[in-house]
Ligand binder design. Sequence first.
Ligand SMILES: NC(=O)NC(NC(N)=O)C(=O)[O-]
Ligand SMILES: [Zn+2]
Ligand SMILES: [Zn+2]
Length: 490
Amino acid sequence: MEIAYLLGNRCGYLQGDAGQLNTLSLQFSTSDCSLLPYNHYWITSKGIVTPRGVISGAVEVKEGIIVSIVKEEDWQGNSKRGQIIDYDEAVIMPGLIDVHAHLDDPGRAEWEGFPSGTKAAAAGGITMLIDMPLNSFPSTVSVETLRLKLEAAEKSIYVDVGFWGGLVPENAFNASSLDALLSAGVLGLKSFMCPSGINDFPMTNASHIKEGLSVLAKYRRPLLVHAEIQLDSENYLEDDANDPRHYSTYLKTRPPAWEEAAIRELLTLSKDTRIGGPAEGAHLHVVHLSDSGSSLQLLKEAKRSGDSVTVETCPHYLAFSAEEIQDGDTRFKCAPPIRDAANKEALWKALLEGDIDMLSSDHSPTVPELKLLNEGNFLKAWGGVSSLQFVFPVTWSYGRNYGVTLEQLALWWSERPAKLIGQDSKGSIEVGKHADIFVWEPNTDFELNDDLPIYLKHPVSPFQCRYPTGYWLQFTQLTHLLSPGLGVDS
Ligand SMILES: NC(=O)NC(NC(N)=O)C(=O)[O-]
Ligand SMILES: [Zn+2]
Ligand SMILES: [Zn+2]
């Protein structure tokens, strides 16, 4: 067996031909409850990843919900009702939850879009993603703009989708506007501490963030922050030493001090989230950490002091280092930037030791023209890495060199993300949870090459140059929009 499957779920499905990712065909149905053509089934395997360890046994699914988990020694398959599907040595894992993806629809659907983005997600083991409020137009900063998002998404999605709302100067001091947005079902808010690159998504300062946290406290939802503050930078003349085609030139424009300054400021506000504090119940989540130095130290101290704070990093920071980025290869441009190899090693250490809580894709694609690949100008190209379909194989391919375990993969990609988004019914293989499950083979290699169908709208990704190894998968799953306030949660 080469390919694995997405399993489970309650409404809608993704159908894959076992064994052949390149013949994967996707279908969506609102009437069926499972990708597998059964309402009631058991999946058996020698490697079921549960919060209490990897077990050999069986998972029983009824109407998209996990109803029992049986260890091999207690399993008497013949006496069971329902269909039995044996995956042998393939690994059964909770589907990934990507808490940070920009699908750019409405308004910039030519950059990505819900059908292509969610199909690529599904092809990569992701069973739920949370869409960022910016890069689409208009940005998701009000109930009206959230409605436009929902209309765009409802047309066609292949995985479960939730939404973050934007915290921007325009709504930050307008508690009723934020209340309305949160009541309409956004899972939390997102803001930038530096220019976002998108005109209708301006940056917030400390007082906006303080206001945001106080509203979020009522809903017990998080604020996600792009933590970089623009510091005075030297004058980067386009001379020989600062050629805009050199990655080092770009790297110098966004030093770790930008991340550190932002996090230092944020932590003066996150104190409010402590038990007994004025914003108890709110939570602060730092997105896409790149600096494994002082920024990380500050976060560790804040956690120790009882601030409700978490942090994510992304596979591109764990896979690549500045030294290897070729002149003009703007596929690697993102913010904060990919730093040197020593920084990458320290990020892995922090992840393995639990100081970084989770992973996300920060899938932030654009049209190829805006990546300026011909010109190769790092200073002018769009900042954002396209990665959604590749994040899981990349995590595993690189992670296994660091001794990453299956339990850690599930923790970083499913369990902790589910907690961040407040979805108790998702994120792990446990009785009562949604059967958002995927199956994969850790020891089967594949190459990211022309034979592998890429469902992303534009196959312009730094991961194209790499050949991740180790797996492939099948799913069941899907599909609903998470916005209870608007009544579209099917
Ligand atoms: N406007 C963006 O999508 N920016 C994104 N761009 C990156 N990461 O380079 C981000 O998440 O900050
Ligand atoms: Zn960002
Ligand atoms: Zn982002």
